[in-house]
Design a protein around this ligand. Structure first.
Ligand code: BES
Ligand code: MN
Ligand code: ZN
Length: 501
């Protein structure tokens, strides 16, 4: 998708579709302004063209509610689309992100290939933030997962213009918009990877795709396999891959900005299970096909590194993705097996389907060995996190309040929803093993917390954040602003967390 910022007067913008945002205004008593749907532009031609629709009472400017006006009088645009942000008091940059996505997803099935979105009034929304959010939302909206349909029509929008007006800081708006393009494209890169089925994206292929991306954006990339796992004594990671005919991939990305020789080294660790059949503790057939998205945490890290390489924060970052298939076979590990992790800890395998924590255990240890001073991991780790938080909010865990505080601030910018859950000795007690140091499952209750406590054994006292995205990595039902399929969640939050250092 081509993108640009235009400062031309709105009536002169010749485009297939001009989209303008509206809020449901609820002025305080005596404040003068009229209640009801109100456009977030002071352009009188646009207001005149929209006046009849707004006065009709049919349109309430509800969240992502749209109304289309053909051949709007006085405008060079062929269509005018009004996109609602909902009640004025509840409007945020997330509303702008979603509205931009809604405009794009309105255009796509109608064969509309170019559109311009009017930057909303800066009295209500900060101009730079809105510009960035609009770009992100446009890319997010443009993504569709129909890669392998032979009747696939390429309905992607060719050109997206942000129409900004006088009175804004042009350089700031342009820079923020360019940033949003990078972030949106990166989030879609994660979604592209997550969308691939297991046969098209094996651990080896994930390594290749990552290396190609790294080459393009100038990141150092190494992809190792079985031999390196043995050399590093990654017994936990290897134990997951041993049941599959596909070789594991240990993917390492490094971002080392010139001149930065001290300060923190951030370690990003992602679960990259390209298919999770459960191993010998095999999963039921229902919904097993979904387990191709069990590499969404790894994809989030790879995509965040893409954005980092392009946005160039002044901090060193290493990413490690532990990619493997979890399969049942004659060579697969068995319940009762004891594995020695890279850290030296012994793990009793109770359930081979609790494999994510095994690969991450060695990933976290390796990140620390490579010098990471702060860790963040992302994983589709447990079904239990969806029981706790539904398909709406991700789980976040941390052993360090200061590090968590930075993540919480990052959420303000990313607009993503995560909720902190506790760690605690009482949970850790549940994974003590009789035969070894720890076991890989700890009973039915608090499953997401127990999984986090398992990882805690390997993060140890290094400041660490764990994101359980099992409930939110896949959009189950299409929304006006995003297709059903991979969400690309966590890319934006991880990026902002990194940029806060
Ligand atoms: N990949 C799954 C978790 C998952 C479930 C992700 C649903 C996305 C949607 C993970 O490897 C797993 O199987 N976890 C088990 C752990 C259990 C055996 C302790 C689970 O959640 O059932
Ligand atoms: Mn599993
Ligand atoms: Zn899994």
């Amino acid at each position: 998708m081509r993108t640009e910022v235009s400062f031309a007067p709105l009536p002169e913008i010749a485009t297939e579709l001009l989209a303008v945002l509206a809020v449901d205004m609820q002025p305080e008593k005596g404040a003068g302004a009229k209640p009801g749907p109100t456009l977030l532009t002071d352009d009188s031609a646009v207001q005149a063209a929209a006046a009849v629709a707004l006065a009709s009472g049919e349109y309430k400017a509800g969240v992502n509610e749209t109304v289309l006006i053909h051949r709007p009088e006085g405008l060079a645009a062929r269509r005018l689309l009004i996109v609602g942000l909902g009640k004025q008091g509840k409007v945020s940059l997330q509303s702008v992100r979603n509205a931009a996505g809604t405009a794009i997803r309105f255009a796509k099935p109608r064969g509309i290939k170019e559109l311009a979105l009017v930057l909303p009034w800066s009295q209500i929304l900060p101009a730079a933030g809105a510009a960035r959010s609009a770009a992100e939302g446009a890319f997010i909206g443009d993504f569709d997962p129909d890669t392998y349909r032979s009747d696939r029509k390429d309905q992607s929008v060719r050109s997206f213009t942000l129409a900004a007006r006088d009175g804004v800081d042009r350089a700031a708006v342009e820079a923020a918009f360019a940033e949003g393009v990078i972030v949106g494209e990166s989030q879609n890169f994660a979604r592209l990877l997550v969308n691939e089925p297991g046969n098209k994206l094996t651990p080896t292929i994930l390594g290749q795709r990552t290396a190609e991306m790294a080459q393009k954006v100038g990141l150092e990339c190494e992809v190792h396999s079985t031999e390196k796992l043995h050399e590093l004594k990654m017994g936990a990671f290897w134990s997951v891959s041993q049941g599959s005919a596909e070789s594991p991939a240990l993917i390492v990305l490094r971002y080392m900005p010139e001149g930065v020789t001290d300060g923190p080294v951030l370690g990003l660790v992602g679960k990259g299970i390209t298919f999770d059949a459960g191993g010998i503790s095999i999963k039921p057939a229902d919904n097993m096909e979904k387990m191709k998205y069990d590499m969404a945490g790894g994809a989030a890290m790879i995509a965040a590194m893409r954005a980092i390489a392009l946005l160039k924060p002044r901090v060193r970052v290493i990413a490690i993705v532990c990619a493997a298939e979890n399969m049942p076979s004659g060579t697969a590990q068995k319940p009762g097996d004891v594995q020695t992790a890279m850290s030296g800890k012994t793990i009793e395998i109770i359930n081979t389907d609790a494999e994510g924590r095994l690969v991450l255990a060695d990933g976290l240890t390796y990140a620390r060995l490579l010098g990471a001073t702060h860790l963040i991991d992302a994983a589709t780790l447990t079904g239990a996190i969806s029981v706790a938080l539904g398909k709406v909010t991700g789980g976040v865990f941390s052993n360090d309040d200061a590090t968590y505080a930075k993540f919480e601030s990052a959420l303000q910018v990313s607009g993503e929803k995560f909720w902190r859950l506790p760690l605690g000795e009482e949970y850790a007690d549940l994974i003590k093993s009789d035969i070894g140091d720890i076991k890989n499952t700890g009973g039915r209750w608090g499953g997401a917390i127990i999984a986090a406590e398992f990882l805690h054994h390997f993060a140890e006292d290094t400041p660490w954040i764990h994101l359980d995205i099992a409930g939110i990595a896949w959009v189950e039902d299409a929304r006006p602003f995003i297709a059903k399929g991979p969400s690309g969640v966590a890319v934006r939050s991880i990026l902002e967390w990194v940029r806060s250092y």
